[in-house]
Design a protein around this ligand. Structure first.
Ligand SMILES: *Cc1c(COP(=O)(O)O)cnc(C)c1O
Length: 441
């Protein structure tokens, strides 16, 4: 048997291979983890998450000193343990709902260091966020500003607010995750004059304290020039608002979006180098426009947690439709891995017991939900002899998997098992069918 060259499958340093070909994650045996915790199973490499936080925090501190802030966009992966890790690492967080706020509260996260996002904050969410002392609201639109004003007014307080601005940038990513264009459902566009109107409105509201501006142009972005263009436009907007309204923003949030590797053809991003580039641009444009240096925030989600995750499945049916197509069915699917259905996303899928084995069968790895679109990965190569009981691993599943998981077909969600320093522990237990039926009255 020839040994498959697997160098290109090692898309992150926390993936390795044992002497006998077994796939290892964070140095641990994937087969032993599947045996111990059962499948489907989300694994999260805690040490990798911490390393990514430090990469951001160190780079931002180097470039912006104490004017730099890193907020983890917790929608990427949200459960109690994650917020504890963020607290321990000294990260800020983004939250978008009462559910995320509640989870962060349970982790003892200091919410004065949180931004409350969303394009449609309900009154109940606004109340809940204020009850729990969320530091900053990122207001998307005028109705929201009025609602914040009214509720803060009722409480006799003042709420710190940033305005979500659309700089009018196409980040060259998938349409569904592009958010910075003029016609986006998020924010107010500079081009249409609405961003200025929002600024005037915010300044006129007595219970709103305008801290500055926010933007987020998209996700899975690999091109640093997208951020440089964003810096130019947003700092230009700060200058324009100063000249037109005499208002100088104290804070500029540049959003998240740095890309990660799902497959070998995705480029490697040097986050520290990108932040340095952005930093140089910010410093030079601030000088050029003669505006005071604002605090600068980044909001990475995916790039903090994505490659810290791996999903393990057990193979069930292998269906070979002679002359057409081969299907390998696993014990999970779109319920735990929804990104294929949403965006047609690509993944690297490996056979855990021996990654060196010849991959002589082209197939689609599919889930067990009643949908033809329930696909984990299409047109990939796996060993011909793969069969019932074998373990498959999908790589880079730490972001937008657990947090987007559903109970379609009343399938319970997998547990999240954390890996750290050679040990493992359960951070989220496996859902049971009793959990699923518990809400039915
Ligand atoms: C989703 C989101 C992020 C994080 O995006 P990633 O691509 O996961 O880094 C940051 N800011 C806002 C406002 C977002 O909606």
């Amino acid at each position: 048997m020839t040994r498959t060259d697997i160098a290109s499958d090692i898309i992150c340093e926390n993936i390795s291979v044992a002497e006998d070909g077994e796939l290892l994650f964070a140095g641990q045996s994937t087969l032993a983890l599947a045996e111990k915790y059962k499948t489907p199973l989300y694994l999260m490499d805690e040490d990798r998450i911490r390393e990514r936080c430090r990469t951001y925090l160190d780079a931002v501190a180097e470039v912006f000193g104490d004017r730099g802030h890193v907020m983890y966009a917790s929608k990427a992966c949200s459960f109690k343990r994650i917020y504890e890790i963020m607290r321990e690492e000294g990260m800020g967080i983004d939250v978008v709902s009462s559910g995320e706020i509640c989870t962060a509260v349970k982790a003892g996260f200091p919410l004065e260091n949180a931004y409350f996002h969303s394009n449609n904050k309900t009154d109940a969410d606004i109340e809940y966020a204020m009850d729990n002392g969320v530091g900053f609201f990122v207001a998307d639109n005028a109705e929201e500003l009025y609602a914040i004003e009214r509720i803060a007014g009722e409480r006799g307080t003042s709420q710190r607010v940033l305005l979500r601005i659309t700089p009018g940038i196409d980040p060259h990513t998938y349409e569904a995750v592009a958010t910075g264009k003029v016609d986006s459902k998020f924010g107010s566009a500079i081009e249409t004059g609405q961003a200025r109107e929002m600024t005037e409105l915010a300044l006129s509201l007595p219970h709103v304290s305008l801290e500055g501006f926010h933007c987020h142009v998209g996700s899975q972005v690999f091109d640093a020039s997208v951020y440089l263009a964003t810096v130019d436009i947003m700092l230009g907007f700060i200058r324009d608002m100063r000249d037109a309204l005499g208002y100088t923003a104290r804070r500029l949030d540049l959003g998240g979006g740095f890309g990660v590797r799902y497959v070998a053809s995705d480029p490697v991003i040097d986050i520290a180098a990108n932040i340095r580039l952005v930093g140089e641009r910010v410093h030079s444009v601030v000088r050029e426009l003669s505006i005071p240096m604002p605090d600068i925030c980044f909001e990475p989600g995916r790039s903090i947690v994505a490659d810290a995750g791996m999903t393990l499945y057990t193979v069930g049916t292998v269906k070979k439709i002679t002359g057409y197509k081969n299907y390998v069915s696993v014990d999970g699917g779109m319920t735990d891995s929804p990104r294929y259905v949403l965006y047609g996303s690509k993944y690297t899928v490996l056979s855990a017991k021996n990654v060196y084995e010849d991959r002589d069968m082209n197939c689609s790895v599919v889930g067990r939900c009643c949908e033809s679109g329930d696909i984990i990965a299409e047109n990939i190569d796996l060993p011909e002899n793969i069969g019932r009981g074998d373990i498959l691993a999908t790589l880079t599943t730490g972001a937008y998997h657990y947090s987007m998981a559903s109970n379609y077909n009343r399938i319970p969600r997998p547990p999240v098992v954390m890996l750290s320093g050679g040990d493992s522990y359960v951070a989220v237990r496996r859902e049971s069918v009793e959990d699923i039926t518990a809400l039915d009255v």
